[in-house]
Design a protein around this ligand. Structure first.
Ligand SMILES: [Zn+2]
Length: 205
């Protein structure tokens, strides 16, 4: 069944390209958009374009930000000697929700996956090593004491953790959040209590 409007078909086709949106959901969303006031549709379209135009990676932690450096990296109330490494920005949101973590973060931008041809060079490993390794030009720079690996408990997460240990162990103590997170799960979907427990029970990697 196709719509008698090319514009509606085009909208459905574009919506179908988003993850978790099948044709049925796309049809429902398109029907909703048709009923929305023009001003609301314009706001939605502008928000979509704005994330591409304005959002960039934080200079230090590679988390999403509208500025050069994100608010977490700029905060003087956080412990900058403790860095939690996660796969995606959504994991930062999940860990912040626990209210149990007071360090800073590093966002890898994914996990190492040899099957998909994704190696450490395709992620922000290099930036992390630069953060952690002592800088001879700047010996006064704040020293990082511990890196907490909080990647997803998946095969890719395990491979990523292995690489992180290889890259970082010469410079810093590396720990990994405790298991107890469901295997194969996405960290950002874990509830706050489980995440807080995993964080408190971290072990040397
Ligand atoms: Zn940052």
């Amino acid at each position: 069944m196709y719509y008698s409007s090319e514009s509606v078909e085009e909208l459905i086709e574009q919506l179908c390209r988003l993850p978790t949106i099948g044709r049925k959901s796309a049809q429902r969303l398109a029907a909703h958009v048709l009923k929305m006031p023009r001003s609301d549709v314009k706001q939605l379209a502008e928000a979509l374009v704005a994330v591409k135009d304005r959002v960039r990676a934080c200079r230090i932690c590679k988390n999403v930000t509208d500025a050069d450096t994100c608010a977490l990296c700029l905060s003087t109330r956080r412990d900058h000697g403790l860095v939690c490494v996660v796969e995606e920005s959504s994991d930062v949101v999940a860990l912040e929700r626990t209210g149990e973590y007071n360090g800073v973060y590093h966002v890898l931008g994914g996990a190492v996956s040899p099957v998909d041809g994704i190696g450490p060079d395709d992620l922000t490993f290099g930036d992390l090593v630069n953060r952690v390794a002592p800088d001879p030009k700047n010996p006064e720079a704040p020293k990082i004491r511990e890196v907490i690996v909080a990647v997803n408990p998946t095969v890719e997460g395990d491979v990523t953790a292995h690489y992180l240990r290889e890259f970082l162990a010469p410079y810093v103590s590396v720990t990994r959040v405790a298991h107890g997170l469901p295997i194969g799960a996405d960290l950002s979907f874990a509830d706050e209590a489980t995440l807080a427990r995993a964080l408190a029970g971290r072990r040397p990697l």
